[in-house]
Design a protein around this ligand. Structure first.
Ligand code: AMP
Length: 398
């Protein structure tokens, strides 16, 4: 069975065609600048040359048609006909409080995605466009919505509710949702298998450390807490997002700088985090680390603060679960950055955690970086959100 995985942004569309017999990626690609002048598609099928098509894509429907053309192309493609695609799995950001699991798309599901436009203003409209484009291009082929918020929806109320008047939850569904759910779900389940833990009781902490960053705690694969909130702004320090902050800071900056709330929120989302703390060096950890190594004090503090906050969240989640069996690092920084992994784990000596510095040099591969004597397993498991979406899709359509 072949499953197409689609991840739509407002002006982009990433895709992978996966053969679920062996979970191999048959082809993948990216449409960029959809709806903007100068759009192009780059497509690569396993064992074939890369294809670049520079052609205007005024909307996602045209982009999907170009993806279909690339997939069936006699030279660059991998299938003879689009009927070989059994189902399409879509990454969808937000389902509000309605869905806590993936679901086959019908008109009701589309309405929920639409109703959540204000909770995911950048992503939900694009996700819906991707679904409708696939419905048009492949009538009759099932579409599955895999929600980024689904994993966090399993959190108990004591973790998900904000300490604000209850009526706001009732009226507007204001609560903590968590994001990167497909990644946390995939990595925590893989960790249970990889570390040979009990699937029912395993206590796992996943540190998804990329440009966006979040930590989750799960017991038996079920989320008990996660660091992002109503939006992806809460929690860890990220590339450009502040993470946790006293909300009074917003009012203070508004008053001092004559800005409105939206402008300050934009600053907290796009100009803060490592970028802001380093005095504008970069949102990319590699650049900030380079500046740190050259003696830039602000860059040094930005890196130290990032590590410190990850360690604090891990400590909090060990308490939340009254223990931990495995701590897992994933995403760009988590998979590649040994100094950051090492420095986070230095805070965790009280848990009896010991890291093997030689093994911790590993990059981008599945590995246990803790020593055999370590009281808690610490490992690196590269995330694979596309495969996670394909598996969820398969489970619903087979
Ligand atoms: P992501 O959002 O998962 O793509 O992760 C992006 C972040 O990962 C950026 O801050 C990068 O600096 C960091 N990153 C990616 N590759 C590496 C690497 N090889 N070594 C260190 N950091 C990396």
């Amino acid at each position: 069975m072949k499953i197409l995985v689609i991840n739509c942004g407002s002006s982009s569309l990433k895709y992978q065609l996966i053969d679920m017999e062996n979970e191999e990626v048959l082809a993948k690609g990216l449409c960029e600048r959809i709806g903007i002048e100068g759009s192009n598609l780059s497509h690569k099928a396993a064992g074939k040359e890369e294809l670049e098509v520079k052609k205007e894509m005024p909307n996602h429907t045209v982009a999907i048609k170009m993806v279909m053309d690339a997939l069936v192309d006699p030279e660059y493609g991998v299938i003879k006909d689009t009927s070989e695609i059994s189902a399409v799995g879509h990454r969808v950001l937000h389902a509000g409080t309605v869905y806590s699991d993936s679901i086959v798309v019908n008109e009701d599901v589309k309405k929920v995605i639409r109703d959540c436009f204000d909770l995911g203003p950048l992503h939900n409209p694009a996700n819906l466009m991707g679904i409708e484009a696939c419905e048009e291009a492949m009538p009759g082929t099932p579409n599955v919505a895999v929600f980024d918020t689904a994993f966090g929806m399993k959190m108990p109320e004591k973790a998900s509710l904000y300490a604000i008047p209850y009526e706001y939850y009732e009226k507007y569904s204001i609560r903590r949702y968590g994001f990167h759910g497909t990644s946390h779900s995939y990595v925590s389940k893989e960790a249970i298998k990889y570390c040979e833990l009990d699937p029912e009781t395993a206590k796992v902490i996943v540190c998804h450390l990329g440009n966006g960053a979040s930590v989750s705690a799960s017991i038996g694969g079920k989320c008990v807490d996660t660091s992002m909130g109503l939006t992806p702004l809460e929690g860890l320090i990220m590339g450009t997002r502040s993470g946790d902050i006293d909300p009074a800071v917003v009012q203070f900056i508004c008053n001092k700088e004559g800005k409105d709330v939206n402008e300050v929120l934009n600053i907290l989302n796009k100009k803060s985090g490592s970028l802001g703390m380093s005095g504008g060096v970069s949102s990319d950890f590699r650049d900030v680390q380079k500046a740190q190594s050259e003696g830039n004090h602000k860059a040094d503090v930005a890196i130290q603060a990032f590590i410190y906050r990850v360690a604090k969240y891990i400590g909090a989640y060990v308490a939340a679960m009254n223990g931990v069996d495995a701590i897992v690092f994933t995403a760009g920084v988590g998979e590649n950055d040994k100094p950051i992994r090492g420095a986070v784990c230095e805070y965790l000596g009280y848990l009896g955690i010991e890291i093997d510095p030689e093994i911790n040099k590993a990059r981008g591969k599945r590995v246990t970086i803790s020593t055999p004597e370590s009281k808690v397993k610490v490992c690196v498991i590269p995330t694979n959100e596309e495969l996670s979406i394909a598996r969820e899709t398969l489970a619903l359509v087979k």
